[in-house]
Design a protein around this ligand. Structure first.
Ligand SMILES: [Zn+2]
Length: 214
């Protein structure tokens, strides 16, 4: 079961990927984790990637695809894997398809957790964080006992820069330009399944497992 997670930032795809990983016993793989692991282990690809990261540059697609291919060749991926946060662009998706094809394999499912922009902006703007102890809350889904005050340490809660509507809109803009074309790409590859990500988390997960058919 080889799966790619698609969906806008804030659509909840990370949470769903985690649950799929647990249910089916396949690893949840993010490129951030792969970079960190390879840099820490000092692998050849890790050293290459670090050279770009240290200069504040994006790691080029060919290096990233090599790192992903190396990761999914490992023993724990023999029954499948879930890629989260990769591919992000059409060129990355094409490189991945080619690299998999060269090994006689392909992606089985691309799961799109679909949430309209307005809902994402609304969700994110309800987030509250404690800058003192790092605890996080939500004005609707995870309220603190006393409004605006951290349960754990009593400090005031704030809306982080990252969660402000302006910042979220900017990220969504990048998503629509670069990542959303992947939905059409995987539709053409006949592996796309779209689930309604506005439902509650349990229902979203149920819909995903139905589509995966296991
Ligand atoms: Zn706190």
């Amino acid at each position: 079961m080889k799966i790619i997670m698609l969906g806008a930032p804030g659509a909840g795809k990370g949470t769903q990927a985690e649950r799929i990983s647990k249910k089916y016993g396949i690893p949840h793989i993010s490129t951030g984790d792969i970079f960190r692991a390879n840099i820490k282990a000092g692998t050849e690809l890790g050293i290459k990637a670090k050279a770009y990261i240290d200069k504040g540059l994006l790691v080029p697609d060919d290096v990233t695809v090599d790192l992903v291919m190396d990761r999914i060749s490992q023993e724990d991926c023999k029954n499948g894997y879930i890629l989260d946060g990769f591919p992000r662009t059409i060129p990355q998706a094409e490189s991945l398809t080619e690299a998999l094809k060269a090994r006689g394999t392909s992606i089985d499912h691309a799961v799109d957790v679909d949430v309209p922009d307005e809902s994402i902006i609304a969700r994110m703007s309800g987030r509250r964080a404690c800058l003192t102890c790092g605890a996080t809350y939500h004005t609707v889904y995870a309220k603190p006992v006393k409004e605006g005050i951290c349960d754990k340490c009593g400090a005031s809660l704030v809306l982080r820069e990252d969660d402000k509507p302006e910042t979220v809109k900017q990220r969504l803009l990048v998503y629509h330009e670069q990542t959303k074309p992947l939905i059409d790409y995987y539709r053409r590859e006949n592996v796309l399944c779209t689930v309604d990500g506005t439902q509650d988390m349990e229902k979203v997960f149920l819909d995903i497992t139905k589509t995966l058919g296991a």
